[in-house]
Ligand binder design. Sequence first.
Ligand code: SF4
Length: 285
Amino acid sequence: MDSRTRPQIEAWLRYFDDLGLSPFYLDRTAVELSAVGAADREGGHLGPPLRGRVDQSGPPPPVTTQPAARAVRAQDVVLPVLPSLFNAAPRVEGDTLPRIREDIGDCKRCRLCEARNKIVFGDGNAKAELVFIGEGPGHDEDVQGLPFVGRAGKLLTQMIEAMGLRRDEVYICNIVKCRPPGNRQPERDEVATCSPFLDRQLAVIRPKVVVCLGSVAAQTLLGTNKSISQFRGQWFDFRGSKLLATYHPAFLLRTPSAKSEVWKDLKKVMAELGLKPPKPRPRTG
Ligand code: SF4
C-alpha cells in the first residue's frame, strides 16, 4: 500500500469508529447494481466509481470498454460496479434520521465545513416513497439550512407538484451537506467523506424510488464515470429501491429545452409509484 493511500484508509477507519460503526467490513453484496429496462449495453460497462469533479461542459470522460463475447440484453446484465467506501458503509441497527443528524453534529470531517453557514441535512417525509438527491447546497440552501430552496429548488417544487405530489410528501437531500465554495462541484474526498450519511438516510427512509438530479448525484450513487446523458431516464436497481437519473433543475434553468426530457423521466417515476398528474384547475373569472 502506498504512503498516500494508507493514511486515507486509516482516517476512514477512525471516522467509522467515531460513528460507532465497527467492526468495519466490506459489504460486497451491496455493490451489485442491475440495470432494469435499460438500453442494450453490449460491450460497455459503468466504469469505476467517480469521486472527482465532472466537467459537464466537455465531452464525456473516456469509458473503459471490453469486447462483448455475445449479444446480451440489458436485463441480463449485472453492471460491474467496483467496491467503494460509499458502497461499503455498514448498516446501523435502529438508525433514525434524528440520530444521523446528531452524528453529523457540527461536522468538520471535510474542508467544506470551512466556508459553510449551515449544514443542509435534508428535508421532507421520513417515510417518503420518493427521494430526490442533488449534488450539494447552493447559496440559498446554505443560508436557510434547507435543500433546494433557491431558483432551482422552486423549479423542483413545481416538478414535484406536476407529478401530483406535495413537496412535504417526498424527501430531498444532497450528496454533500455543506456548500462547496463558489458552487463548485464537490471534490472526490469530500464526497467520500460525506456520502456515508446519505447512505444511512436512504437506509432509514427505504424509498421505492430514488431520483438523482444531475450527474454528480447519479455518478456517485451508481459508481460510474459515464456521462448522465448515457443513462438518463433508465431504471437501475439500487439496494431494494429503483433509481433513475435525470437532469438537475439548475441545468433546466439554463436549458429549458431539456424540460421535456425530464418530464418524460418523471412520468416513468409516476408510473412506478402509481401517480396520476393533477387535473388542471378550472379557470376563474
Ligand atoms: S460536507 Fe459532510 S463531511 Fe464535509 S463538513 Fe459538511 S457534513 Fe461534514
